[in-house]
Design a protein around this ligand. Structure first.
Ligand SMILES: C[S@@+](CC[C@H](N)C(=O)[O-])C[C@H]1O[C@@H](n2cnc3c(N)ncnc32)[C@H](O)[C@@H]1O
Ligand SMILES: [Zn+2]
Length: 330
């Protein structure tokens, strides 16, 4: 079969795609990346651009329509304008933009639209965008978490497209007439998600006691920060050494918080303090250092301790949900 040259083989409006990619990384609300954190997730703009430009013919593949280079360049510019609209996040559900893009795919491919397979789908950016461009998409991954993300994002929603919710509250109170796209499913996810949250609180809430703040108020803990600890090899010291790359807990501008270490009879005590720590952590790429006596500790020693199950742990701080963000508590 003769292969026609595709747009991606000739040129792409890279500046515009990169611009959209940078924005993609900074969009948090409603973005699939919020579903679950995934490593090396491809920006959606790139995924769209690559899929589309791999299907659409470069104008040079049609000398009967664009005989001169000038005409080909002009047509290429027209295709670029479509692509530049396609990569903008706000156009994700813009039917007009999608239809225009799909029409170009059809012009190049006819009815022979290939199916898309991403065998390393991870966070699912590529199959998601393939599906939006009208390609039957298949996603695989070795990691079951990635499989779950893909199921939630591209397999389940189309099954409930346009259907009303099944939970009685939404059915009774929100008479929407027509339920568009995934609105019904979204109502159910919200409803049963809330139910699960309440049930979880009932069953295991007592394991997460509230923490008391200095002003007497209570806050809900959201994380406990721990450090692994190893006994200092200096026989004259023998203190517990927390293995921490940094003593900074938060480096968020204006909200910096760190811990100060204090020893009591060889046991470290951690105090949470506002600001940035001026001492380094206790471990770096070369090894660890005992904060109590200054003894250098090599990784061989730490590995031996670990093999013998002699690594212990210490709680460093509690993170609670404050009114204006996270609170770090001693
Ligand atoms: C860089 S990530 C892919 C990111 C993805 N393109 C996205 O946008 O989120 C690579 C993925 O390949 C998966 N993987 C690695 N080896 C694999 C294998 N042998 N079979 C299937 N998946 C594999 C990993 O679990 C990981 O999710
Ligand atoms: Zn020591």
């Amino acid at each position: 079969m003769e292969q026609k040259k595709k747009l991606i083989e000739v040129a792409l409006p890279l500046d515009k795609i990169n611009e959209a990619n940078v924005r993609d990384k900074n969009i948090h609300f409603g973005h699939p990346s919020n579903l679950h954190l995934w490593w090396a997730r491809r920006p959606l703009a790139s995924a769209r651009a690559v899929i589309w430009a791999s299907l659409v013919d470069d104008p040079s593949a049609h000398p009967e329509l664009f005989p001169t280079e000038v005409e080909q360049a002009k047509e290429r510019e027209r295709l670029f304008r479509i692509l530049e609209q396609l990569v903008v996040w706000e156009n994700s559900n813009n039917e007009q933009v999608l239809e225009e893009a799909k029409a170009e795919i059809k012009k190049s491919m006819g009815d022979d639209i290939p199916e898309l397979l991403d065998p390393f789908a991870g966070g699912g950016a590529i199959p998601l965008k393939g599906e939006r461009l009208g390609l039957k998409s298949h996603a695989y991954d070795l990691n079951p978490v990635a499989v779950m993300i893909n199921k939630a994002m591209i397999e389940i929603p189309p099954r409930y497209q346009g259907l009303p919710p099944v939970n009685p509250d939404s059915r009774d109170t929100k008479n929407m007439g027509e339920w568009d796209c995934s609105q019904g499913l979204a109502e159910d996810v919200k409803h049963y998600g809330q139910w699960m949250k309440e049930e979880a609180f009932k069953r295991i809430g007592h394991l997460y006691p509230k923490v008391k703040l200095d002003n007497g108020e209570e806050a809900t803990p959201i994380a406990w920060i721990w450090a692994r600890t190893v006994k200092c090899p200096n026989p004259a010291c023998g203190a517990e050494v927390p293995l921490m790359k940094t003593l900074d807990l938060s480096t968020k501008k204006g909200k910096e918080v760190y811990v100060e270490l204090e020893y009591h009879g060889g046991k470290p005590e951690f105090h949470v303090i506002s600001g940035k720590s001026d001492s380094a952590g206790t471990v770096n790429r070369k090894g660890a250092t005992c904060p109590h006596c200054g003894q250098a500790i090599d990784f061989g020693y730490i590995r031996d301790k670990s093999r013998n199950e002699e690594i212990t742990s210490s709680m460093v701080a509690v993170v609670a949900e404050g009114k204006k963000g996270r609170l770090y508590l001693t």
